[in-house]
Design a protein around this ligand. Structure first.
Ligand code: ZN
Length: 55
């Protein structure tokens, strides 16, 4: 049973939004990051959009 592309796309989009953004330099960091990998700042905000926010 093939997985539909729509489902794959959903997962991909979801993953892409699970990031942390540095407030100082704007770099993207992994969801597990405590500090920015670029500037070492700990001012990370979660880029965690609500699910179901479809365009
Ligand atoms: Zn940074």
């Amino acid at each position: 049973m093939p997985i539909t592309d729509a489902m794959k796309k959903q997962i991909a989009q979801r993953r892409r939004l699970f990031l942390k953004i540095c407030m100082s330099c704007g770099a993207r960091n992994s969801i597990n990051a405590d500090r920015c990998r670029k500037c070492r700042s700990s001012d990370l905000r979660l880029k965690n959009r609500a699910l179901g926010a479809k365009k």
